[in-house]
Design a protein around this ligand. Structure first.
Ligand code: SOE
Length: 391
């Protein structure tokens, strides 16, 4: 099998997990890392045991030994970095959200398709076997007639006002924090599992902590560093949101997101209620799928290759009772991304669960509708999404 050369731009929290996942594939060489300076890139390259380090991401893009580039930079850099990768004709795997707004995301999607390269956005929760099992049960009719899709994505790593991340800086994180950072994951999961499309939204957003105290640099997600002289910074983006949803089928929904909710670490919950049964999956108990019934006892399906089918079976690597993890799910998506790239990266050949720039663009359209709804005082707002090939 011909080996592929990989490079990574932006070594923050999630970068380590991109590198871990790629290392597990066995046929990809991690060639280089690019950081915000030569010194920081070399420090991270040493930490991740990568040979080459670049202080300028353009130098990494130009490296002839690299064919696939992972973008894990802060949100404001996604557009310039990804467009430079695409201009060089290289494949790209980008962290979410794809871009700061739908205009950037549309340009990135269409440029990736025009370049004929692979383009993946890491909506990594799709990589969980029981997420795929739930999707399969909806698609096969076991959960026919979806009426209600609801849940939440709750975290507490930003509860301390002394935690200052680029996510709270509108110039770097964009106009949104909670919705763009983790609401994007929840909405992607809701559409992916239910097979439905969010048609319109009604959002209420809140900035629970309007002033944060920065020590100068952006804290990595979930870091507890608290040292250094602090200066107050006004925060305008939301750290809490509740949203009502209307789907294209007429089904209804609702979800909440927050990053300042004590006790919730990385608490994603998705529940789908249909005419036949209910399905509920929680990321923090990711090896269980709750099945609710009105005419039989409820059930709890354990992640077990003997019980799951289709893509869920493909994403299951251990026997029942051997817990599969966040990193395993992440690796499932990365593995599919490289398989798609090796197979020519044509949309018709894409593995069904693999999220592309089209999903990333659609996500920005959904979040944009939520911001418009909230900023208009809480009104119903249609999602405006341009399908591939339409103008
Ligand atoms: C911080 O909220 C964060 O790291 C997100 O940026 C990730 O996308 C999510 O998977 C975990 O939490």
């Amino acid at each position: 099998m011909k080996r592929i050369g990989m490079g990574l731009i932006g070594p923050g929290f999630v970068a380590a997990h991109h590198i871990d996942a790629v290392r597990r594939l066995g046929d990809v060489d991690i060639v280089a890392i690019a950081g915000s300076s030569q010194a920081s890139a070399e420090r991270k390259a040493r930490e991740y045991k990568v040979d080459r380090a670049y202080g300028d991401f353009n130098a990494l893009i130009a490296d002839p030994d690299i064919q696939v580039i992972h973008n894990t930079t802060p949100n404001y850099m996604h557009f310039p970095v990804v467009m430079a990768i695409l201009a060089a004709g290289k494949h790209v795997i980008s962290d979410k959200p794809l871009a700061l707004n739908p205009e950037q995301a549309l340009a990135m999607r269409d440029a990736a398709i025009a370049a004929g390269v692979g383009h993946v956005v890491t909506f990594n929760y799709r990589g969980n076997p029981l997420v795929q099992q739930a999707r399969e049960m909806v698609a096969q009719g076991a959960a026919r007639g979806v009426n209600f899709v609801h849940g939440y994505y709750l975290q507490d790593w930003m509860t301390d006002p002394n935690v200052y991340s680029w996510r709270s800086d509108a110039a770097k994180g964009g106009a949104t924090s909670a919705l763009g950072d983790i609401g994007s994951h929840w909405c992607d999961l809701a559409e992916h599992v239910s097979g439905l499309k969010i048609d319109s939204v009604l959002a209420d957003i809140t900035t629970v902590i309007p002033v944060r105290y920065s020590a100068g640099a952006s804290a990595e997600a979930f870091s507890k560093e608290n040292k250094g002289e602090r200066t107050p910074v006004k925060v305008t983006s939301e750290d809490l949101a509740s949203v009502l949803l209307r789907f294209d089928s007429g089904a209804k929904g609702s979800f909440s997101v927050g990053q300042v909710l004590p006790g919730h670490k990385n608490d994603v919950e998705l529940e789908i209620n249909s005419s036949k049964l209910s399905l509920k999956w929680r990321q923090e108990q990711q090896n269980e799928l709750w099945i609710g019934r009105h005419d039989q006892p409820n059930g709890l399906m354990m992640k077990d290759p003997g019980l799951v089918s289709g893509e869920a079976l493909r994403y299951t690597h251990l026997p029942g009772g051997h817990q599969e993890s966040w990193a395993d799910a992440f690796t499932n998506i990365i593995r599919d991304g490289y398989a798609w790239i090796r197979n020519g990266a044509a949309m018709k050949d894409k593995p069904a669960p693999l999220p592309t720039f089209d999903d990333g663009y659609r996500s920005t359209c959904i979040i944009d509708a939520m911001l418009k709804s909230a900023h208009a005082g809480g009104v119903w707002q249609r999602v405006h999404y341009m399908p591939v090939g339409k103008k």
